[in-house]
Design a binder for this molecule. Structure first.
Ligand code: SF4
Length: 480
């Protein structure tokens, strides 16, 4: 190599002055922000769990910094973090040149689930101090994230019984084989001990016990035999996500208009229908304030949601399914769809597209769905040229739920120009948040199992997202 052309490479050369860990990362590096935030956190609750006896442990702050930084840059494995602590300057900085092994790193995540919820709240407080947590309008949405479990291990009761029978059959064959080997070894080795059971028998027996535990749940909890349970993560539910039905969690989030996640939890229900009120209440608890407006898609709409959100004095920008269908597929709608019948609130009747009245006929109630409705009927259908398009019966009827007016109010709100603008903000707030988490940082599967641990991990995902928001806001303010 020509010394005239190229810079010399002297790996053996000593530094004149020993380098400081402080010099490893630039001034505005994300690692510094995380370091500063975690240094301000009260970790005494966790510190108390450590003993002063024996070998000194890595501090909870150090391990927390490693996890938050890793979730911020899309690293979710303890082994990868261990490796990064040997090669990456930001990790050198956060770990102060220590090299914790992956078990210590993983155990910290697994054992401090509750703490991650608290850190999430603490980060929200910091965002608030920086003016990033205005709570006027929030957008709520859910996204399915894969559980750490294989689809093939999700079965109903009959599936588990069949699986157990197959394992018992395999175990019998393996035991016979092992007995034969033992007899041969006894003959050959005398009283010396040979291997009695192979590893395979041990694994199969363990699997059989797990299946028995699940089968016991069906009996004890009186579960429907058709209900499917995953053997690896019994809380995960089969849901449609990423175009496939697989064991998932339905992760719920709400963001304010600065894109900061102000509420987060992972649900095991595939539907969003019952998630609106729990999420709003969580946001109220996290922020100690009530939002003025809530934006949510039609998956959250139900009479109960409209009613409860109205009782809270919050304005919902939330289309119902029929309204959304009409907007998205105008070609599939007809003038005879219920939504196109006008309701005269003062005189309590509907008017059909032919200008005929549908008047009150009787009341109707459904105890299962806790619904009360009024039935309206048109008496002029016999002569109508559109009767076949309008109804299958002799007379067209419409069921009007007692809370229908709340749905109508939401429709009116969304029809206004201002309502459209407000509802559109959903697209630029909560949806990009899921995009950043799932596609940019590739958080596509939980590492932990079970609802409680998954919720803790989800808090870690969300607090890392909020720290990145703080960083972005800080960078923008510096550039301005
Ligand atoms: S069938 Fe009856 S309700 Fe329907 S458009 Fe004709 S008159 Fe109106």
């Amino acid at each position: 190599m020509s010394v005239l052309k190229f810079k010399p490479e002297h790996k053996e050369q000593m530094f004149l002055l020993p380098p400081s860990v402080e010099e490893f990362v630039p001034e505005n590096h994300l690692a510094r922000l995380i370091d500063g935030i975690v240094n301000e956190l009260d970790c005494s609750e966790i510190e108390e769990q450590y003993s002063e006896l024996g070998q000194k442990s890595y501090s909870p702050q150090l391990l927390l910094k490693l996890w938050i930084y890793s979730y911020s840059i899309g690293i979710y494995s303890g082994r990868k973090i261990e490796s990064k602590c040997e090669t990456d300057l930001a990790y050198f900085y956060l770990a102060c040149m220590y090299r914790p092994d992956f078990r210590t790193i993983n155990d910290f995540r697994k054992d401090n689930i509750e703490f991650f919820h608290k850190v999430f709240i603490e980060v929200l407080k910091i965002s608030s101090d920086l003016g990033l947590t205005h709570i006027g309008t929030i957008a709520i949405d859910g996204t399915k994230i894969r559980a750490n479990a294989a689809s093939s291990r999700t079965k109903d009761k009959a599936g588990y019984e069949k699986w157990k029978a197959n394992i018992e059959k395999t175990l019998q064959t393996l035991h016979e084989k092992a007995d034969k080997i033992n007899a041969e070894e006894d003959e050959r080795l005398g009283s010396k001990r040979g291997d009695k059971l192979s590893k395979k028998i041990g694994n199969k027996t363990q699997l059989k016990h797990k299946i028995e535990k699940i089968l016991k749940r069906y009996e004890e909890e009186e579960l429907d035999a058709k209900q499917k349970i995953n053997l690896t993560d019994a809380d995960a539910n089969m849901m449609l996500g990423s175009g496939r039905i697989q064991p998932n969690y339905n992760c719920q989030g709400s963001v304010n208009m600065d894109g900061v996640l102000v509420g987060q939890y992972a649900s095991t229900s595939p539907s969003d229908k019952e998630q609106l009120i729990p999420m709003v209440e969580l946001v109220e608890q996290n922020m100690q304030a009530k939002p003025e407006n809530v934006l949510a898609d039609c998956g959250y709409a139900s009479y109960d949601s409209y009613e409860k959100i109205n009782e809270k004095g919050i304005v919902a920008y939330m289309p119902d399914q029929e309204y959304e269908h009409n907007k998205r597929h105008p070609e599939k709608t007809t003038p005879f769809d219920c939504i196109n019948f006008l309701y005269d609130i003062e005189n309590d009747y509907y008017v059909c597209p032919q200008g005929k009245k549908l008047t009150f006929k009787r009341e109707y109630s459904n105890k299962t769905y806790k619904q009360k409705a009024k039935i309206y009927q048109c008496k002029d259908c016999q002569e109508c040229p559109f009767r076949e398009q309008c109804t299958n019966g002799k007379y067209r009827t419409i069921h009007r739920e007692d809370r229908e007016y709340l749905k109508q109010e939401a429709r009116n709100r969304l029809d206004k120009e201002q309502g459209k603008v407000i509802y559109q903000q959903r697209m630029s707030t909560i949806e990009p948040t899921w995009g950043n988490i799932k596609f940019n940082r590739k958080f596509l599967m939980f590492s932990l199992r079970g609802k409680e641990k998954v919720n803790g991990e989800f808090s870690l995902v969300c607090l890392a997202n909020n720290i990145l928001k703080i960083k972005k806001s800080y960078d923008e303010s510096q550039a301005a």
